[in-house]
Write a protein that binds this ligand. Structure first.
Ligand SMILES: [Zn+2]
Length: 336
């Protein structure tokens, strides 16, 4: 038992020596590697190609293994295998767009799968053994993966099997665009009443437009000295509703055949007018007026190019919402 000690100590010393040596070698190797990588990063930022200068982005060791050395990441480990958000997949190395999310599908293979590429973005090359077809970025030649045909997984019968690490995903910006429309159809309280809760409507505002007086007041508009008409400006979400839907609503909540006002509200400030903001709104309004005329309505609604909309005094805004009750001058009648 005692004899074994020196041997063990020797063994231990020998082991320690080797461990230290390995560590030192590793350190040297890593430093060399890092230097080489730093050099290659500096060198690889811009590459001159025949068709101009191409920017290459620095790659990590793991990315280099796949993208440059044509390695394969382990299945089910990639970042994008189960991502199905709307957007575009770009090449990690040069940021060229490669695939749209529309072409991505769940194949169960453990790697992101696409059945089509963005036109011209991906280069296909038969492997040396003639067995598989490699796919690379057509811009920078970065390795992406392989493409397979005839598996019957999608209508396009194609599966681009792509390493997540070869790509960057850029999610589509969520569209929060809004659009506006301006309608005049008599007392603006009643018009707003029907629009403020319509599908896709974000907000409504009642006011004055079509005249020449800046910052008109209600009293001035009623005195017929401003040229303005009582109107409502609606802000809506075009992904939820359309100008046509809103214009149809407008024609159904007031009487578009009355030419001197609306109901008992008689006067130029109560006329039926569509203030169109662009040619598209104008042509949709013309189309709807024609449809009503074909049904026998003598439409009195005028089409005017929108001018500055002056919001009315606060006490006119969302009048029925605040005061309760229902409009005395408007009710919805189906006309389309
Ligand atoms: Zn690329």
């Amino acid at each position: 038992m005692n004899q074994s000690n020196p041997i063990n100590i020797n063994k231990l010393n020998t082991s320690r020596f080797f461990i230290v040596m390995i560590l030192l070698m590793n350190l040297g190797y890593n430093t060399q590697c890092q230097n080489a990588q730093k050099k290659s990063e500096v060198n690889s930022k811009t590459v001159i190609k025949q068709n101009g200068t191409m920017k290459l982005y620095p790659l990590t060791k793991e990315e280099t293994y796949v993208i440059v050395n044509k390695g394969t990441e382990r299945p089910y480990t990639g970042e994008y295998t189960d991502v199905f958000k709307k957007g575009t997949y770009l090449c990690k190395q040069c940021h060229s767009p490669l695939y749209k999310s529309d072409s991505k599908f769940h194949s169960g293979c453990g790697w992101p799968s696409f059945d089509d590429e963005i036109k011209g973005a991906v280069k296909k090359t038969l492997d040396a053994d003639g067995q598989r077809t490699e796919i690379t970025c057509a811009n920078c030649d970065g390795h992406l993966g392989h493409v397979f045909y005839g598996e019957g997984l999608t209508d396009k019968d194609t599966r681009h099997c792509v390493n997540s690490i070869s790509m960057i995903f850029e999610e589509d910006a969520v569209k929060t665009s809004t659009a506006k429309a301006i309608f005049a159809g008599g007392c603006f309280w009643g018009v707003e009443y029907y629009f403020q809760h319509a599908k896709g409507v974000i907000s409504t505002s009642v006011g004055y437009t079509g005249g020449f007086k800046k910052n008109p007041t209600y009293k001035e508009v009623c005195s017929h000295t401003t040229g303005h008409i009582e109107a409502m400006e609606v802000t809506y979400d075009p992904s939820q509703t359309s100008y046509e839907e809103l214009a149809k609503l407008f024609f159904e909540i007031h009487d578009p055949t009355q030419s001197n006002g609306q109901g008992n509200d008689i006067g130029p400030q109560y006329l039926s007018v569509i203030f169109y903001l662009d040619d598209n709104q104008k042509s949709i309004s013309e189309k709807l007026i024609s449809q009503l005329q074909l049904k026998g309505y003598k439409v009195a609604t005028q089409l005017k190019k929108a001018s500055k909309f002056w919001p009315a005094e606060d006490y006119h805004q969302q009048y029925y919402e605040k005061e309760g009750g229902v409009p005395y001058c408007h009710k919805r009648v189906s006309r389309f």
